[in-house]
Design a protein around this ligand. Sequence first.
Ligand SMILES: [Zn+2]
Ligand SMILES: [Zn+2]
Length: 133
Amino acid sequence: MTKATRMTKQKRVILDVLKSTKSHPPADWIYMQARKELPNLSLGTVYRNLNILKDMGEILELNYGSTLSRYDGNPQEHYHFVCEKCGAVLDVDIPIQKELDMLAAQALETEIKHHRLEFYGTCRKCKAAGPQS
Ligand SMILES: [Zn+2]
Ligand SMILES: [Zn+2]
């Protein structure tokens, strides 16, 4: 472990839970899964470790203006799609559009560090289950 912050058993289990899913789960789902491994775990500990893992750059915290944060085991910059029907958060497998940073930099005559972009619509599952299909 080369990182300054120690990787405790709790962190390792929480990270493993998060890396094992692509569903971008909220903290309480991670808590339920991690408890199978660590029965004495508390929800507060899960939140605390999620924050530390975020600061370590191991995970991403996603916040789309809804009440609950969701977490991503993939810390690389990538885009997300949010289903407006079921609330699913899906990875959008397209390259980060660096041109947007350049366009914004030109418009503002300054430097852009990064940008946030989210896609919204109805996911494939909801579309298939919809009344019009
Ligand atoms: Zn959906
Ligand atoms: Zn993601």
